[in-house]
Design a protein around this ligand. Structure first.
Ligand code: SAM
Length: 222
């Protein structure tokens, strides 16, 4: 399914005895009332993020059957599951994350920093060649200081693009999480130099109140 049903049933509200809600309560309350969290559990996806890739792929046709796909920042594995399901048995998916991640049938899981020198070689070896698609849903740990968080996520997206430029086959695609505002325009300019078609995507599953946005580029000019 690409859209969760509208939230039905009880709306859960959490408050302390004096009626306030703490940050962790607000997070838990949002999880409990989020239809994508419930749908992911019912559909067997490891994360609600799986719907973001499903919706972007439905629209932009990124994951071709038989494709070789790299999933940067993959844990807990929702995007890896979707990429594997859509690339099919002939496809190859290589997922990498700093954190350990449970196996996804058919995919190669690497643990480490994608920026490590050895990572590029390990990914290419696991793919047995260049990639048709590089995905990045990477997010650094947030500091709570918005300008710093913005710079850090954009730096990761730029590095993901550097990585993609090295491993993509001609005609390949790239999709990465960025944050709205300032420096994301520079990245768009850079993408336009390397890809034939470049656009933004804000899938419905991406929370409206979040500055999160994705860049989607296709037609890599090698
Ligand atoms: C939002 S989560 C990804 C969720 C995933 N797309 C899914 O569907 O389950 C972001 C991930 O990026 C990873 N990450 C951040 N920096 C990284 C790096 N330098 N190398 C590899 N993974 C990284 C984090 O460990 C985190 O697990």
């Amino acid at each position: 399914m690409t859209k969760p049903p509208t939230a039905r049933g009880l709306h859960v509200s959490l408050r302390t005895a004096d009626g306030r809600s703490t940050a962790s309560q607000r997070w838990l309350q949002r999880q409990l009332n989020d239809p994508y969290v419930a749908a992911a559990r019912a559909d067997g996806w490891r994360s609600r993020a799986a719907y973001k890739l499903i919706q972007m792929d439905d629209r932009h046709k990124l994951i071709k059957p038989g494709a070789r796909v790299v999933d940067l920042g993959a844990a807990p594995g929702g995007w890896t599951q979707v990429a594997m399901a859509r690339a099919g048995d002939r496809g190859r998916v290589v997922a990498i994350d700093l954190l350990p991640m449970d196996a996804v049938a058919g995919a190669t899981i690497l643990q480490g920093d994608f920026q490590d020198e050895a990572a590029e070689a390990a990914v290419l070896e696991a793919l047995s060649g260049q990639a048709e698609l590089v995905l990045s849903d990477m997010a650094p740990n947030t500091t709570g200081h918005r300008p710093t968080d913005h710079l850090r996520i954009m730096a990761l997206a730029e590095l993901a693009l550097d990585f993609a430029l090295k491993v993509l086959a001609p005609g390949g695609g790239f999709a990465a999480k960025v944050l709205q505002g300032g420096s994301e325009a520079e990245m768009m300019a850079r993408l336009r130099r390397h890809f034939r078609a470049v656009r933004h995507a804000k899938p419905e599953a991406s929370r409206k109140d979040s500055a999160e946005l994705y860049v989607v580029a296709t037609g890599f000019r090698a």
